[in-house]
Design a protein around this ligand. Structure first.
Ligand code: 5GP
Ligand code: ZN
Length: 112
């Protein structure tokens, strides 16, 4: 999608620090890390937010979680947090579905 920063990152039009890629998803480190390890997993197809997940496109969401589990094992984490902010008041600033993966420190609950 034009003017979507994560579509441009997935297409390598904007540089990023890659962790993993396949035909469906791209994983890369967050520019502004909120934990010692903080990366993002995104579907390559443009889905604006979690609110736009449907029966037609939901398979990629499961695949994102498979990739997250594989990367967590590869990086040596058995404890980590996956976050998806959905909507502006929940903290979403980039309107292309993404899963934050945060690890390497203790997490608090509830999140702010
Ligand atoms: P959100 O606020 O939508 O939940 O998360 C967006 C995330 O994308 C933020 O954590 C922000 O630091 C990250 N981000 C925004 N622009 C870029 C960028 O150009 N490159 C990378 N690697 N991360 C970005
Ligand atoms: Zn996009």
């Amino acid at each position: 999608m034009e003017d979507c920063i994560f579509c441009k990152i997935a297409a390598k039009e904007i540089p990023s620090k890659a962790l993993y890629e396949d035909g469906q998803v791209y994983a890369f480190y967050d520019l502004d890390p909120q934990a010692p390890t903080h990366f993002l997993v995104i579907p390559k197809q443009h889905i604006a937010s979690a609110l736009e997940v449907t029966a037609e496109n939901s398979a990629v969401v499961g695949h994102c979680y498979e990739v997250i589990a594989a990367l967590a094992k590869q990086l040596g984490f058995d404890s980590y947090r996956v976050v998806t902010n959905c909507g502006e008041s929940a903290g979403q600033s980039v309107f292309h579905l993404h899963f934050h993966v945060l690890a390497g420190r203790d997490m608090t609950w509830p999140p702010g």
